[in-house]
Ligand binder design. Structure first.
Ligand SMILES: Nc1ncnc2c1ncn2[C@@H]1O[C@H](COP(=O)(O)OP(=O)(O)OP(=O)(O)O)[C@@H](O)[C@H]1O
Length: 252
């Protein structure tokens, strides 16, 4: 394994019935980099994320996290080993406060059951950590608000705080800007840039302005195969990528 790689995919494959969706993916994500995965609709980006995070079993190949094989492990175990995938908004408890949502995620990391709330000394640490996370995603002032009342982009920020609660080595975000206005996109891109400092980020995103300004490296997935990996500059100028995905205009 490349000594810099924190996440390595080796010959990863996934078929649904007779249809090969992920067709032998090799990819190395370096420790500390922001790595974007782009590609046309239906290329298999979400499926690849599912394979890495353990939500779907692979049909073949390997996923190595920090050198150890994680394919076949449960999503919870993979999370425990340091890989966190953004919670979907549907996993937010809309009836609980912003604070309570993040506290649940923090308690999970500490292995605390909710019924153990009476251990006040542990709880104080949990509370402090919860507030720290909320401040990081600029939701400190919204701690007491019921999560269901947050704006869409605030809910995405809450989701990111919950993802960070496990203190992951690798963060995976799946289309964090989906459905956002330009203003919300700019705001969230800034937040992601800030929060991914000192960590490894893998992101699937359709907004090419965000992808090209945020990423250290980009991989392009087309029909279940990686056709190129490189710096934003290299990807922009890669003839195969232009032809298969970006188009002459977008790459100009
Ligand atoms: N559970 C499933 N059963 C059968 N086919 C599936 C399943 N999940 C995904 N697919 C198929 O796999 C292909 C890749 O889907 P996937 O959602 O991974 O693509 P994507 O690159 O994330 O697309 P998008 O950019 O539109 O989100 C699609 O053709 C999809 O229909």
């Amino acid at each position: 394994m490349n000594p810099q790689a924190i996440l390595s995919l080796r010959g990863l494959r996934k078929s649904f019935g007779d249809v090969d969706i992920i067709r032998g993916v090799d990819l190395e994500v370096r420790a500390g980099e922001r790595h974007a995965l782009i590609g046309p609709n239906g290329a298999g980006k979400s499926t690849l994320f599912h394979l890495i995070s353990g939500r779907l079993p692979a049909s073949g190949g390997q996923v190595l996290l920090d050198g150890a094989a994680i394919q076949g492990l449960s999503p919870q175990e993979i999370n425990r080993r340091g890989l966190a995938r953004s919670f979907q908004i549907t996993n937010i408890f809309a009836g609980l406060s912003v604070f309570e949502n993040v506290r649940l995620a923090v308690m999970r990391r500490h292995g605390l059951q909710y019924v153990l709330w009476r251990f006040a000394n542990r709880l104080r640490a949990v509370r402090d950590e919860t507030m720290q996370l909320l401040d990081q995603v600029r939701l400190g002032a919204r701690a007491g608000t019921v999560a269901g009342e947050l704006s869409y982009s605030e809910q995405r920020s809450l989701e990111i705080a919950m993802t960070l609660a496990s203190d992951p080595k690798v963060i995976m975000l799946d289309e964090p800007m989906a459905g956002m206005s330009q203003e919300e996109t700019d705001y969230t891109a800034g937040l992601i840039r800030e929060l991914s400092r000192g960590r490894t980020l893998m992101i699937v995103e359709h907004d090419m302005d965000v992808v090209f300004s945020l990423s250290d490296r980009i991989s392009v997935l087309v029909y279940g195969e990686i056709v190129a990996t490189g710096s934003p500059e290299e990807i922009r100028n890669n003839p195969r990528v232009k032809e298969a995905y970006l188009g002459e205009e977008a790459a100009a």
